[in-house]
Design a protein around this ligand. Structure first.
Ligand code: GLY
Length: 376
């Protein structure tokens, strides 16, 4: 591990000050555009037209940020908003056309249930988990994407927690096994020997035979799209917390170590590490996910995870500089700038995104919980 890269001097984050900016941006979004759920900004302003490439997958991030503010402020107005935006998502519990049910339900209904469990929240989470598990290909032992029955993507590692949650709530080991089998298949075909990750895997959906890797948002099939890599780092850490399978922890650690090695003191990665001529130096939403993933790893590892507290805090501190974090009065509606959703399709290029903002807020919460007044 590149120990010299993890000891920074600028990793102190003013969480109260940043939460104030979060509150301000969210209040404007939900009062000026009630019940609307954006995906990314255009010129810094939230764009509300439906995203034809991957429709309706970001509502959980908005609800989750509102829950974070409600918990931070203990204010009933925020609590009412959090419930309102969470309830909006309920119909998706039966949506078989998306692999993003974890993104939709874990930050929203999952947070609500962890604060205030009810029969209703339990039933919603169980249904969402069962619906996602319905996309399991028993021959290839993978969860299919909404794109095709033969494809899976590394992003699904972020979604399987809803299956584990459902399995826990209804004590169904078979259901948990679907999540575990998917994680093992992704580990086998999408996590490479050098710990880099492929974005997509294609199978013969009939026989389950693995065919090839591919990418949608990365440079090419054999490169490493960094947001996908951050999804893996986070997803394997979360899967370890559920299944306690040491292989998942090892994969999360190896993905984190590669992130540190390849990103170094820049802290914020480009869109793809293997693109020889990146158009932009940064893809900041990958950094938000990586910061939360590193701090999650630190929570799991305890004193052994000091290196991840330090590096995760350094990422967070860099995201809090005006280069990345919106500043009061700059006219920008999102929180974290310089993120890219999908360069090839021209969607949200060097803008704010709902997930870049959400995982930034989640990383702030973890940082506070870890009591990190600048570890490192
Ligand atoms: N669909 C998930 C992502 O763009 O990262």
């Amino acid at each position: 591990m590149a120990a010299e890269l993890v000891h920074g001097t600028t990793n102190i984050v003013d969480t109260d000050g940043v939460f104030e900016i979060v509150r301000d941006r969210l209040r404007r979004l939900i009062t000026e555009h009630p019940s609307q759920i954006p995906v990314y900004t255009e010129g810094g302003r939230w764009h509300f037209d439906s995203d034809s490439w991957a429709p309706v997958w970001t509502g959980g991030f908005l609800a989750g940020m509102i829950w974070a503010v409600a918990q931070h402020t203990n204010d009933s107005w925020w609590r009412d908003q959090a419930e309102k935006y969470t309830l909006l998502l309920e119909p998706h519990k039966l949506d078989t056309g998306t692999h993003d049910l974890g993104f939709l339900f874990t930050p929203s209904w999952g947070r609500w249930h962890s604060i205030d469990p009810t029969r209703r929240s339990r039933d919603v989470l169980v249904q969402a988990g069962r619906t996602l598990a319905g996309g399991f290909n028993t021959r290839g032992k993978y969860l299919k994407t909404g794109v095709d029955g033969g494809s899976t993507v590394i992003d699904i590692m972020m979604n399987i927690d809803i299956i584990y949650e459902a399995a826990d709530l209804c004590e169904d080991d078979e259901l948990a096994n679907v999540a575990t089998q998917h994680a093992l298949t992704s580990r086998r075909y999408l996590v490479r020997g050098d710990s880099s990750t492929a974005h997509e895997g294609w199978f013969d959906a009939g026989t389950g035979e693995f065919l090839r890797t591919a990418t949608h948002q990365g440079y090419r099939a054999d490169s490493c799209w960094v947001r996908g890599h951050a999804w893996a780092m986070y997803g394997y850490g979360a899967a370890y917390k559920r299944a306690r399978d040491e292989r998942f922890l090892q994969t999360a650690i190896e993905c984190a170590d590669l992130y540190i090695e390849r990103t170094g003191d820049a802290l914020i990665p480009p869109n793809d590490w293997d693109d020889p001529h990146p158009e932009f130096p940064y893809e900041a939403s990958a950094a938000s996910v990586a910061a939360s993933a590193m701090l999650q790893l630190a929570e799991i590892l305890g004193p052994e995870g000091a290196v991840y507290v330090s590096y995760g805090s350094r990422i967070l501190a860099k995201l809090c500089t005006p280069e990345f974090l919106t500043t009061p009065g700059d006219g920008w509606e999102g929180l974290i700038k310089r993120a890219t959703y999908h360069r090839g399709n021209g969607l949200g290029v060097q803008e704010s995104t709902m997930w870049g903002d959400y995982y930034f807020v989640e990383a702030l919460e973890r940082y506070r919980r870890l009591g990190s007044g600048g570890v490192g």
